[in-house]
Each structure stands twice: as C-alpha cells, then as structure tokens.
Design a protein around this ligand. Structure first.
Ligand SMILES: [Zn+2]
Length: 272
C-alpha cells in the first residue's frame, strides 16, 4: 500500500513540476510575442539610434526580448539613486541586442542589475608577489559571474546614444555575462553546435597576442588596449567594437569579425 501511495505522490509532484514549467514557457512565449508600449518604443527611438536602423524582424524580436528582460531582471539603484523606466528599457535594449539573433541564448543566471548615477568606486585586490594590495578603483561597469551587473547610468546612456565610437559599457558587461554561461569567464562563450571551438580559438588567440604585443610596445592599436588585459576582456572589447565599428572591424580584424558574425548570427554593418 505504501508503495502505491509513494508512486501516487511522485506522480503528483511530477505533474506539478510539468505544469509549472509549461506555464513558465507559455509566459515567456507571450512576453516574446508582445510589442513594446508606444512610450517605451519612443524612448528607444530617441536615445538609441541603432534601434531605428534594425531590420523590421530584428526590431520586433528585440522588443519581445526587452519585455522578457524587464519582467525577469530586477533593477536596483546604488545608494539612494532612483532607477527610472527610461534607464531600465535602455539598459535592457542594449543587453538584448547581443542576443537578438540567438534564439536559444538567455541571461539565465542574471537576476539583478545595480545602477549608479555615474562612475562608481569599487574595492580592487591586486597581488605584488606574496603581498596582497587593496585599493579603490573607479568603474563604469562590472559583471559578476553568476551574480549582478553593476552599471553607471551616465556611461550606459552615452553608450546607447553614441553608437559608433567603439565604447559601450552595457555591451561590454553583457558580453562578460554571455562568456560566463560556460561557468567560467575566459573569453570563450558557449558556441552553437556547428561552430568549431578551434576556429574561434585560432582567430581570437592570434588577435589577442597581437594586441598584447602592440599595447606592450606602446604602439597605437585598433582595438582598445584594455582588451590586452586577459582573454575575457579581449572578447568584451571585441564585442563593443564589432557592434559599434563593424566596417572598420571587418577591415582591421577580419578573422575575429568573421567569428563574431557566426557567434552573434548578425552583421551590424548591414544595419543602415
Ligand atoms: Zn570587462
């Protein structure tokens, strides 16, 4: 008898789980299929020029992704800073632009974004031999693996509006979030099944080593020399440049550009 009861209890738990996941899938599908309100769309049209350049299909997919993002990710102000609807939608739109053509990709480990009015101080730990040093550093953004993204609103708004200088803090920090989906932030995000890791590694390693050499020798570089810090920063810097200077990226870094076209499944050079 107890065996029958046990099986019945298991069936009830199983049914409850599948009902929960089914409802969640339905909810996500509904959010993805819903257009943005006129008010939110007006904000993007005014403050994020790339939104106006997106092809119709990408634009409506982006609107759905923004709905999902705003429904699943919580925003908090650093200190007593008040996060407005304009800030939320502009940050969400830039984050979702990275995955607009990657239907299976989602920021599934991200729950929280903390927004400061401008650059913020963070405690940084560095090592000099056995000596551990702690000091304050000023930042425009931070991304924690399996943790929050922290952003300066000034920099996030600038990145949305000035979209051709290769600097975009939201794209940078969310490239780290994508990178971290493998479980380690190392410059190698999870690739599609038909995308060979060896192709990715060859292109990125060669370009990263070149940037390190040029930056180390004080030569002028096409990519921001901050990308020479480590492979994770290189991927984040390359992502910013790919979205904001696509033509120059294709000319100067053709191999990395080609890998990023395959990874993001889009080419911003075609958004006119
Ligand atoms: Zn970074």
């Amino acid at each position: 008898m107890s065996g029958v009861l046990y099986l019945a209890a298991l069936a009830v738990v199983g049914l409850a789980f599948s009902a929960f996941y089914w409802r969640r899938r339905q909810r996500v599908a509904m959010l993805l299929a819903t257009p943005l309100s006129d008010g939110l769309r007006r904000i993007l049209k005014k403050s994020m020029p790339v939104f106006n350049r997106l092809p119709t299909e990408e634009r409506s997919r982006l609107e759905g992704l923004i709905n999902r993002f705003l429904s699943e990710v919580k925003f908090f102000g650093g200190g007593d800073f008040e996060v407005t609807e304009e800030m939320r939608v502009l940050i969400a739109a830039q984050a979702c632009l990275l995955i607009v053509n990657q239907p299976d990709r989602w920021y599934k480990t991200l729950e929280t974004i903390i927004v400061y009015p401008s650059a913020f101080k963070a405690r940084e730990r560095t090592y000099d031999g056995a000596l551990e040093l702690e000091h304050d550093s000023v930042r425009a953004g931070e991304s924690w693996g399996r943790g929050p993204v922290v952003l300066s609103w000034d920099h996030a708004a600038y990145g949305a509006f000035i979209d051709h200088d290769g600097q975009n803090v939201v794209l940078h920090e969310f490239a780290h979030q994508l990178d971290d989906l493998t479980g380690s932030t190392d410059g190698s995000p999870p690739l599609a099944r038909d995308h060979r890791v060896s192709d990715w590694a060859r292109a990125f390693r060669a370009s990263y080593e070149r940037l390190r050499e040029d930056a180390g020798a004080g030569r002028e570089t096409f990519l921001d020399p901050y990308g020479a810090t480590n492979p994770a920063e290189f991927f984040a810097v390359a992502t910013e440049t790919f979205f904001e200077k696509p033509d120059a990226m294709k000319r100067e870094e053709p191999a990395v550009h080609a890998e990023l076209v395959r990874y993001f499944r889009l080419d911003p050079a075609q958004w006119r």
